[in-house]
Design a protein around this ligand. Structure first.
Ligand code: FAD
Length: 317
């Protein structure tokens, strides 16, 4: 309805830090609120209201309190209570493990539509035009709907800097009493410390299934040493146990932005490309000239990766 103008952003935090998705959503939420003539409201849970000054992109902060440890059951119930009370036009959640917990039950409980995998969003007249990714990014779909709507935002879709505005938004306590549910937070299991953080690498030698077997990885390592690069890989190598998870690039791996990304024997599936398309220079070597990796590569060679590696190593030596 036209009385709905506000944007509610469900913030995320971990170990006392707001996550980047929070700022992506706040930046977009603020823009949208301005277009609709409403306010951008940040919803925080746990003890984060003490850090409300980081949420200056929001006009107001609603603090539902509770525990800092995320619990999908209580958090969803609390968000639902806030949405009932505040009747926002749009609820933005992350398309993250947390946001995906919240979006669907929220939509079904309040009988409002949910649009997931959103990577773009705008208001036009009385409607919202929402672009979302389907089939792992192969196609974009536009959904046009009047408010209210719950939208889950794919991380990386919007500029977080636009939401990182210090300020002193008004903080409203909105404690929600929720009986003990069935879900308990037990502990946070952190990924094993990795020997390398490939999100910080300047140069990555990335290998895919084209490498053939575990022993062949040595030639890529030799090339990486000669280039001062780190080793990255596609998912099948991690699934096979050939390399630790910390090396995986893609949808379910790391998002990397090196100066140079050398893709050896990687086909370029959308789930892989999602993690490396922002590299400054992408060089692909693949024996298949139709491999989709060549669509994102700045330079490509239709050749055998072993021949290219050997020649490069000799050249560099
Ligand atoms: P393949 O697709 O098998 O490609 C191997 C390539 O090597 C081929 O193009 C072939 O032409 C080439 N080749 C073979 N021999 C040589 C040679 N001697 N020299 C040069 N080239 C050669 N994948 C990821 O990478 N990261 C993710 O995070 C990720 N997450 C996923 C999440 C979901 C939900 C799903 C469904 C899938 C995900 N995947 C991910 C898997 C993804 O869909 C692909 O299956 C995977 O990326 C393919 O890996 P690849 O390119 O190494 O292997």
């Amino acid at each position: 309805s036209l009385s709905m103008k506000n944007i509610l952003v469900v913030t995320e935090h971990l170990k006392g830090e707001f996550q980047e998705i929070t700022f992506e959503m706040l930046g977009k939420g603020r823009e949208l609120a301005a277009d609709l003539g409403g306010q951008c409201i940040a919803l925080v849970f746990g003890n984060m209201k003490s850090k409300a000054d980081l949420l200056g992109a929001a006009d107001r902060v609603v603090s539902i309190g509770g525990n800092d440890d995320y619990n999908p059951e209580t958090c969803t119930a609390a968000v639902k209570a806030v949405v009932r009370a505040k009747t926002p036009a749009v609820v933005l959640v992350g398309n993250t493990s947390m946001g995906m917990d919240i979006a669907a039950p929220l939509g079904t409980a309040l009988a409002i539509p949910v649009v997931a995998y959103c990577n773009d969003l705008k208001a036009q007249g009385d409607s919202l035009i929402i672009t979302s990714q389907q089939y792992g990014g192969k196609i974009n779909v536009e959904t046009v709907t009047p408010p209210p709507v719950v939208i889950s935002i794919l991380p990386g879709s919007f500029n977080p800097e636009k939401g990182q505005i210090p300020g002193s938004p008004e903080v409203e306590d909105f404690p929600v009493e929720i009986g003990a549910g069935k879900v308990r937070f037990k502990k946070l299991i952190e990924p094993e410390a990795a020997e390398v953080d490939i999100t910080q690498s300047e140069i990555l030698v990335a290998i895919g299934r084209g490498i053939g077997n575990r022993d062949n990885i040595e030639i890529a390592r030799e090339l990486a040493r000669a280039l001062g690069a780190d080793i990255a890989c596609s998912r099948p190598l991690v699934d096979a146990g050939w390399l630790p998870k910390a090396h995986q690039v893609g949808k379910s791996g790391m998002k990397v932005k090196p100066r140079v990304y050398l893709a050896l024997g990687i086909s370029g599936a959308p789930e892989h490309v999602e993690g490396m398309k922002n590299a400054a220079t992408i060089i692909a070597v693949n024996t298949d000239k139709n491999a989709p990796i060549f669509d994102v590569a700045h330079y490509g060679m239709v050749d055998d990766l072993f021949a290219v590696c050997e020649e490069l190593i000799n050249e560099l030596k």
